[in-house]
Design a protein around this ligand. Structure first.
Ligand code: NAD
Ligand code: TDX
Length: 340
């Protein structure tokens, strides 16, 4: 099989490529990535020379280029990870989120319609369901929870999900959608909570916690997410949505304290800053459907996953120090400069 993986130079996409090349060496993987600030070619250096891997620098919104690639490669499967993925950036500048996350998805599916495909898989997020209250721990997101978004990011992802559903119903495109909770693990860009706190703590810099720090996220080790998508591609039913979650809810402040402890840094580094606008309170996934239909359950306990993740950032300083010292610094100053 030939599989196009978009956004494969980013965090989850690269981990998915590593997973697929290991588990399905008979498949050919083509990584299509625009290499935005979040895409890093050095992440893929270990697989770049493999005969069944090809990297193509391309924008998913570039219809002509995307059609050209489909014409040349005739992919059997497309897995779309490519997106603008950071909520805070979407609040500062929504437009690129609408372009990449909505128009890009439409272009990819149009190419699938034109050239034929066995499966188009859309990597979505639990954020499309909005948030849950902190005082109702009995409530979870199921696939039937109505879409109810808070940020330009989640709205763009929900819009894309609606389009994917429409292409299935209108054109019979064989699609699947997965909606996953917060991922953590190697190669995550240090603008996201866990790697940002690790990088700042190591540099003895303030650890910026939004609001009261009590917002809850449902953390999933990235490898478990990749395994779930692999299963959906093999056995998932076309037209269906699958929620993927870790059953691992944690308050932000507890994660930050845990990172301080693991790195031997004082909690006095923790600095409460102005809350994110429209900040979702709690996310929690009910993964009963993917468990019942496909037998998937998260395998990595948070205690083990976070240990592995911290260890990875300690042993791969060259990977993230380059990012922290470059263009990202301008964003960081804009985002946190006046707040701390
Ligand atoms: P990321 O920001 O680390 O990576 C995104 C990748 O997409 C980058 O390599 C970037 O260069 C590429 N890209 C961006 N715009 C592009 C375009 N126009 N054309 C081609 N490539 C483009 O993101 P991530 O955290 O790996 O997330 C991957 C996907 O998973 C996204 O769709 C995101 O919405 C979804 N998701 C993420 C999480 C999470 O916790 N990180 C959870 C649930 C769902
Ligand atoms: O500096 C920070 N301080 C802070 O308190 C940052 C960057 C985050 N936070 C809080 C905000 C959230 O409650 O930590 C929590 C996690 O924040 P992010 O890492 O930005 O993730 P989140 O907004 O939950 O979204 C993530 O999960 C769902 C991904 O970025 C999305 O792409 C995915 O869809």
């Amino acid at each position: 099989m030939t599989i196009i993986v978009t956004g494969g130079a980013g965090f989850i996409g690269s981990n998915f490529i590593f997973h697929m090349l290991k588990e399905h060496p008979e498949d050919r993987i083509i990584c299509l990535d625009k290499l935005t600030y979040a895409g890093n070619l050095s992440t893929l250096k270990g697989v770049m020379d493999l005969p069944n891997f090809r990297f193509v620098k391309m924008d998913i919104c570039d219809r002509e280029a995307v059609y050209g690639l489909f014409e040349e490669e005739h992919p059997d499967v497309v897995v779309n990870f490519a997106a603008e993925s950071h909520v805070d950036r979407s609040i500062a500048n929504p437009e690129i989120f609408l372009e990449t996350n909505i128009i890009g998805t439409a272009v990819l599916m149009d190419a699938c319609r034109k050239y034929g495909i066995e499966r188009y898989h859309q990597v979505s997020t639990d954020e499309v369901y909005g948030d849950l209250p902190l005082d109702r721990p009995d409530l979870f997101f199921t696939e039937k929870t109505p879409l109810h978004t808070s940020s330009p990011y989640s709205s763009s992802k929900a819009s894309a999900d609606l389009l994917v559903g429409a292409y299935h119903r209108t054109y019979g495109l064989p699609v699947t959608i997965s909606r996953c909770s917060n991922n953590y693990g190697p190669y995550q860009f240090p603008e996201k909570l866990i790697p940002l706190m690790i990088a700042n703590a190591l540099a003895d810099k303030p650890l910026p916690v939004y609001g009261d720090g009590k917002n809850v996220r449902d953390w999933l080790y990235v490898e478990d997410h990749c395994k779930a998508i692999d299963l959906i591609l093999q056995h998932g039913r076309a037209g269906e949505v699958y929620n993927i979650g870790g059953h691992n809810e944690m308050g932000n402040i507890d994660i930050v304290k845990l990172i301080c402890k693991a790195l031997g840094k004082p909690e006095s580094l923790i600095t409460y800053v102005q809350d994110r606008k429209g900040h979702d309170r709690r996310y929690a996934i009910d993964p009963a459907k993917i468990h019942g239909e496909l037998g998937w359950l998260p395998e990595t306990k948070f205690a083990d996953g976070i240990k592995k993740t911290i260890e990875w950032y300690l042993t791969h300083k060259d990977w993230w120090e380059e990012i922290v010292s470059g263009e990202y610094q301008t964003y960081y100053e804009k985002m946190y400069g006046g707040k701390m």
